[in-house]
Design a protein around this ligand. Structure first.
Ligand SMILES: NC(=O)c1ccc[n+]([C@@H]2O[C@H](COP(=O)([O-])OP(=O)(O)OC[C@H]3O[C@@H](n4cnc5c(N)ncnc54)[C@H](O)[C@@H]3O)[C@@H](O)[C@H]2O)c1
Ligand SMILES: [Zn+2]
Length: 350
């Protein structure tokens, strides 16, 4: 069953099109939206044989541009190679970059589309669960610098986003679970119906993915340039980023976010802001989804240190997204470090 969610942007709007099997229909869909110019399908070495080459075979005037697979390639040197590829493959200012892949591809191909020849049109075809529910919507694109993640980028709204949940059948299990952590985040922010373990299974992706996307759409429409409520999407992420960092990135983002969500809820409860019963509910759900809820071998003090150097904390003031209840996020500043460390201490161990 096909479904379209329109997204309002500062300059207009674009559709997110959902349909199991949409990739097969993509040539028709692009034509319906008059996206028929020269198209470079930007992808990686894993997804090229699976989806990009078969698509190029059926899409007139298209060609595949492949980069290596992995966050370590979301860099300026890769970007430069992409620009050269776009020139070599004959993409002019009227051309289209079609980003086919997970969040890494969406971010780097999106930034290439934002900057190549001062900007060409972009179509996002997210293939990981995380990219479907999170990174392909909202217009943020970026590459990493040696100094840190996502330090160079731009807002670039796509012409359309096409979500084919059938491609999730080839997504590795660990990536699937990491995407679910973001779905749980969206559930906590705005849609308690998403917090149902019976729903969050691959067979029902076509059902829950559009719901999870709707949460992000509502937030980015209200705050396209991340000035206020978009910060709510950082629920669990201050803890999560710190955990990713001190693990030397051996923890995956979604795993760290899962622990971060638990920390945010425990902190909310400790500060008397939310019902402590929510802690068990969320820990049980994450456990069921085989996501972690404890700090493992990392200690609370190191985690606090890593958070305190987070650049998003203006003047070094501790700032967290917390919950009053499901669907009611809020931001709290100047939280006593002792309280945060004590909450993290409860979460020590496996
Ligand atoms: N722009 C934003 O708003 C935003 C938001 C969140 C995250 N991000 C970025 O997204 C990136 C993470 O995205 P990700 O988790 O998708 O990682 P990823 O792009 O590295 O994909 C994860 C792995 O899954 C593989 N894969 C993806 N789809 C597949 C499929 N259908 N079948 C088989 N394999 C598949 C990829 O090749 C990769 O090896 C990070 O760089 C992060 O900074 C951006
Ligand atoms: Zn995230």
């Amino acid at each position: 069953m096909a479904l379209t969610i329109p997204v309002k942007t500062p300059d207009g709007s674009y559709p997110i099109y959902f349909e199991p099997g949409a990739l097969r229909r993509l040539p028709d869909l692009l034509q319906e939206h008059r996206l028929t110019a020269r198209t470079v399908i930007g992808t990686n070495t894993t997804l090229s044989p699976l989806y990009a080459r078969p698509l190029a075979d059926r899409l007139p005037n298209s060609v595949v541009l492949t980069i290596e697979d992995g966050e370590i390639y979301k860099t300026l040197p890769t970007l430069e190679a992409i620009y050269s590829g776009l020139v070599r493959l004959g993409l002019d200012r009227k051309g289209i970059v079609l980003a086919l892949g997970g969040g890494v591809i969406g971010d780097i191909m999106g930034y290439a589309a934002a900057s190549y020849m001062r900007g060409v049109r972009l179509v996002q075809v997210p293939t990981s669960l995380l990219a479907m529910v999170d990174s392909s919507v909202g217009g943020k694109t970026a590459v990493d610098l040696p100094e840190g993640k996502n330090l160079v980028g731009a807002f670039k709204q796509p012409e359309m986003v096409v979500v084919d949940t059938d491609v999730l059948t080839t997504l590795p299990e660990v990536e699937w679970r990491c995407g679910l952590a973001e779905v749980v985040k969206h559930g906590l922010l705005a849609d308690p119906g998403l917090l149902d373990p019976a729903l969050l299974v691959r067979e029902r992706a076509a059902e829950f993915v559009p719901r999870a996307v709707s949460v992000k759409v509502a937030v980015v429409e209200q705050d396209p340039y991340e000035q206020n409520v978009r910060a709510f999407l950082n629920l669990g992420h201050t803890f999560g980023h710190a955990l990713e960092q001190i693990s030397g990135y051996t923890w995956k983002h979604g795993q760290a976010v899962a622990v971060g969500l638990v920390a945010a809820i425990r902190l909310s409860a400790r500060l008397g802001q939310c019902d402590p019963a929510l802690i068990a509910q969320v820990e049980e759900l994450l456990g069921h989804l085989e996501l972690p809820t404890r700090l493992g071998r990392y200690d609370p003090e190191s985690l606090w240190e890593a958070m305190a150097t987070d650049k998003k904390w203006e003047h070094g003031r501790a700032r967290f997204v917390l919950l009053k209840e499901i669907g009611k996020p809020f931001i709290m500043e100047n939280i006593d470090p002792g309280v945060v460390i004590s909450v993290l201490t409860e979460m020590s161990g496996a």
